[in-house]
Design a protein around this ligand. Sequence first.
Ligand SMILES: [Zn+2]
Length: 112
Amino acid sequence: MTEEFPIDQPAESQSTAITTTSSFRASPQPDTRLYIPNHENWQARIKADTEKIYCYSKLPGEDFFHLILNGEIYLIGETEKYCLRCALRLGIATQDRLFWQNRVLKRSSSKL
Ligand SMILES: [Zn+2]
């Protein structure tokens, strides 16, 4: 019985591995692109020095500013720095690829 078990299992795990791979192929990578609607005031940086940088925002329920890690992409404004998570939460960054269309619509409707 102990011999049968290992024989059965690899076959099973192999088939699940195949379905996982094919389902991975079927579903594309999540769209992780970020857009900064008011990009004039912001710059994206990759933290790559030894200086300690903290995000200027706290997550709700957290009472500390979190450290931006080396290699982490963050945003610099005129005076403030934000991690991408907080930038998204604060509306500085958006995942909405059509943000510019919404703007154009707003502008053209105000003209009319
Ligand atoms: Zn943050």
